[in-house]
Write a protein that binds this ligand. Structure first.
Ligand SMILES: CC(C)(COP(=O)(O)OP(=O)(O)OC[C@H]1O[C@@H](n2cnc3c(N)ncnc32)[C@H](O)[C@@H]1OP(=O)(O)O)[C@@H](O)C(=O)NCCC(=O)NCCS
Length: 184
């Protein structure tokens, strides 16, 4: 049975990280991530232009979580509480017990293995707490960093969809990677 209950919020702990809910006090860090054209180049969401835009993003994420529809974790280093990235499930396909995973790291905190550590914790939550059967990542073909991350986690390339997503006046190709729940 799929378990989609995110209240109380499930805080996750790894060796170096604490994954907690995204708070209004994270507005500056969320703004730095969502307003950075380089960070956002493969994520089909509008660029934040003001702190208000970032508050809107935080409100949206928190609302989805409160309604048990989606979940996002703020990635923080233990002992600092500063948001350095966001990971979560922006979409579920309950009929197939499938979730979509999405993530972004602040540009100053990349290539330290933090995202990978957070990914393993959220995959564990998806498979073993939510009872998902499979988890997918939808990635632009040009996004070599993201492709390397999911391949390192054991995801396999399932499909290449041409002109799958319309954003900023163009149709974008997307690759679907997936991981089926490992048999114990
Ligand atoms: C994709 C992204 C989240 C990776 O974050 P990160 O913190 O650098 O990832 P990690 O340090 O945990 O890297 C884990 C592994 O992924 C691979 N990897 C990550 N970035 C890579 C890069 N730029 N090139 C090649 N491999 C890369 C490596 O195998 C790495 O392990 P290693 O450092 O031991 O070699 C980050 O580049 C990012 O935020 N990009 C912009 C947002 C985005 O595109 N999100 C995904 C949308 S689908």
């Amino acid at each position: 049975m799929l378990n989609m209950n995110f209240n109380p919020f499930p805080v996750l702990e790894t060796e170096r990280l604490l994954l907690r809910n995204v708070e209004h006090s994270d507005v500056q860090e969320v703004f730095e991530i969502r307003s950075n054209p380089d960070t956002m180049q493969y994520i089909p969401r509008p660029l934040a232009k003001t702190l208000d835009d970032a508050i809107g993003v935080i409100n949206m994420m928190r609302g989805f979580t409160e309604r048990n529809e989606r979940i996002n974790w703020a990635i923080t280093e233990k002992g600092t509480d500063k948001l350095i990235g966001i990971i979560g499930y922006p979409n579920f396909k309950p009929e197939g017990h499938r979730g979509e995973i999405g993530y972004v790291m602040h540009h100053a905190y990349r290539r330290k293995g933090f995202l990978f550590e957070a990914l393993l914790a959220s995959l564990d939550y998806g498979f073993n707490v939510m009872n998902l059967h499979s988890i997918e990542a939808i990635i632009r073909p040009e996004n070599t960093a993201s492709i390397a991350v999911v391949e390192k986690a054991g995801f396999v390339r399932e499909a290449y969809f041409k002109d799958y997503f319309f954003f900023n006046d163009e149709y974008l190709d997307q690759i679907i990677y997936s991981l089926i729940k490992p048999a114990i």
